[in-house]
Design a binder for this molecule. Sequence first.
Ligand code: NAP
Length: 303
Amino acid sequence: MLELIVYGVLLFLLVQMFRLWMADGDLSLMWYERFGQSPAQLAGKVVWITGASSGIGEALAVEMSKVGTKLVLSARRKEELERVKQTCVETGNVAEKDVLVVPLDSVAHDTHAGCVKRVLAHFGKVDVLINTSWRSQRSSFLETTLINERKAQFTVPPQVSLTKAVLPHMMEQGEGQIVVTGSTSGMIAEAGLSAYCGSKFALRGFYGALRAELQSYDIDVLLVCPGPVETNVVQNAMVGDPDKFFNQDPKLDPSHANDVSAPRCARLFMVAMANRLEEVWISRNPWLTYAYLVSYLPFIGNR
Ligand SMILES: NC(=O)c1ccc[n+]([C@@H]2O[C@H](COP(=O)([O-])OP(=O)(O)OC[C@H]3O[C@@H](n4cnc5c(N)ncnc54)[C@H](OP(=O)(O)O)[C@@H]3O)[C@@H](O)[C@H]2O)c1
């Protein structure tokens, strides 16, 4: 009998290890996807997405439009935002007036208050702000420009300014959700990504502190850390000069050999949002296992 129980426990552990190896998100996210609130909860909310002209932000817009979320789409390229809006209206459950395009540059801080005014004039509220705009990096530290006033890689993370502009409205409203796209590069330091890792590690500290400050308000702060996702992130990565692009085919990048698709990543974002989680990781292996190792067994993970 005892033997049977031991074999049963071993089998259970093996199955769980196999499931973890095949997973594309951390254990809590996989749990909530199966047993938690459905992303359909986001219907009717006003969600503002930065970085909505491409990649993860675009997929978020398209997936949320399917459940009837009202959308504000922001990034620098207006024509790309209009294209994404068109897709949302054609394939989603939203009308033209439910999707507002507000072009902005995340590092043009002085323009953000005006953008918030425009959004409030149109929708009267912002329920969720998703800060997902930004670029990766492919350059050694010595090649990388330290300070470039408007495109500074080592100063305030670009996600912070719009958060500051939207927050007073959420506090007045008495509820809201701030979501920020971090990265597994904000957990695992990698060569050639010193500025990117620095900025993504900083996000965890910054939004953790903000979460603590907002404890007495009904405002959630969610940090989403994707690993490799199939987008234009590698082509659009900065090199030493942030005005230039890396422009390499992501298939040549070994870290992108087992990407999560952008729509799947967006869907898992929505699970985390609907369940008001604080931090989630979205990645396939080996990055998912690395994330667990650096978090729980750093003396192994950091090697
Ligand atoms: N894909 C991955 O493997 C991966 C993994 C971990 C984390 N992430 C994070 O996910 C986020 C989205 O990246 P992605 O993979 O979707 O890459 P992407 O396809 O290159 O999209 C980047 C988005 O950010 C916008 N953006 C860049 N600089 C901006 C600025 N100064 N102001 C406003 N918008 C700006 C771009 O729009 P415009 O050019 O029109 O401004 C675009 O919409 C980033 O924060 C990235 O660090 C990605």
